[in-house]
Design a protein around this ligand. Structure first.
Ligand code: CP3
Length: 347
């Protein structure tokens, strides 16, 4: 079986020769070649908005690591800027002009992705051409609840008090914002798929802040809508509910082809909650890549064993961290492919 088929086959529940692997944030600051391209761009947003440079960094980890999928280089906050929320990326992380009231929410727009973010679709087309069929390309967007936290907090949340104040004191305004974010995400992902993204992932990085009852009101219905509206386009959807161990049974009912699982929930326990009709993706703790390679092997083998070689895509339990030695990421891919092929031979 060709490397190019593993990831799509695992998403579809078809046989694979070994467990496919890609790494969230695989193009990033832990790679010296990423830091060089980032320096050439000047700043992070320019890197995201220059298709040739976005293509260059997307490709950097593909052959170096030997991963089974590429992921578009961009950021979940790009469409929010086009909704009318000014965005900057100083060293401390993203900064937005927060929107917290009904009037501010009413003033936000649903951007036309092809017209207003042509640099993203141009990057997708360039990447597909440069990949030349080696591995499939994943497009992505933030899920509505996670995007709402950035709009309302104006930065990465800490206690998420402004977010929860909006949800619990002005639910009508919160739902209006979630609906606009949902329409934006559907339009944006549909444009990525038309441009050539073969799979899309929804990142719900902060949804673990919600109690299950609130997940069912403020997150799940919007994710379900996005998946339903994208379905006719035929690209599989991965839903990553970070810190979502208590939400997994609900998440399994949203129609996604795969669920991302963070490192806090062992894959076999996740499987018991989701049933067999969905692919699971994950979930080595990213900090284990700081450890010596034999320890990485032992822990990756445990993740693979818990995945049981059934509808499992290997990944980290969240994004790879800047202090990671690149050689350890390379070793992880070799380990997963080697042990994964044994797992699939004995079945
Ligand atoms: O996975 C990939 O390789 C694709 C690229 C990608 C980036 N951001 C590049 C990036 C993806 C998929 C994202 C998604 C994203 N962005 C998420 C969801 C995933 C997650 O980690 O939960 C979130 C929450 C964001 C928002 C964001 N972007 C934050 C909070 C930060 C600052 C923190 C940090 O890691 O630096 C960013 C910046 C960012 N996005 C960087 C990269 C490579 C670092 C920017 C730099 O080069 O300095």
């Amino acid at each position: 079986m060709a490397r190019a088929d593993r990831f799509l086959n695992a998403l579809a529940g078809k046989p694979v020769d070994t467990t496919p692997i890609w790494i969230m944030r695989q193009a990033g600051r832990y790679l010296p070649e990423y830091r060089a391209t980032r320096a050439k761009a000047g700043d992070f947003l320019t890197l995201c908005k220059t298709p040739e440079l976005a293509c260059e960094v997307t490709l950097q980890p593909i052959d170096r690591l030997g991963v089974d999928a590429a992921i578009l280089f961009s950021d979940i906050l790009i469409p929010i800027e086009k909704m009318g929320v000014p965005l900057a990326f100083p060293e401390e992380g993203p900064r937005l002009q927060p929107v917290r009231d009904e009037a501010g929410i009413a003033a936000l727009r649903v951007p036309d992705a092809d017209a207003e973010m042509p640099f993203v679709m141009d990057a997708v087309r360039l990447i597909r051409r440069a990949l030349d069929g080696r591995v499939p390309l994943i497009g992505f967007a933030g899920a509505p609840f996670t995007l709402l936290t950035y709009v309302v907090e104006g930065q990465t949340g800490k206690q998420f008090t402004e977010t929860k104040r909006l949800l619990f004191t002005a639910p009508r305004a919160a739902h209006a914002l979630l609906q606009k974010l949902t329409d934006t995400v559907v339009n944006y992902l549909a444009a990525q798929i038309r441009a050539g993204a073969q799979v899309v992932q929804l990142f719900d990085s902060w949804v673990g802040q919600l109690a299950p009852d609130d997940f069912r009101v403020f997150a799940a219905p919007y994710v379900r809508t996005i998946i339903e509206r994208l379905k006719p386009l035929g690209a599989p959807v991965i839903y990553f509910a970070n810190d979502g161990g208590s939400l997994l049974a609900d998440a399994a009912g949203l129609g996604a082809d795969a669920l991302g699982v963070d490192w806090r929930t062992p894959i076999d326990e996740a499987r018991a909650k989701t049933g067999d009709d969905v692919t699971l993706q994950g979930n080595l703790d990213p900090c284990l890549l700081f450890a010596p390679i034999p320890q990485i092997e032992q822990r990756a083998a445990d993740v693979l064993r818990r995945g049981g070689g059934k509808r499992h895509i290997f990944n980290l339990g969240h994004g790879i961290l800047p202090p990671t030695p690149p050689a350890h990421a390379e070793a992880l891919v070799e380990i997963v492919h080697r042990i994964g092929s044994e797992l699939h031979r004995i079945k």
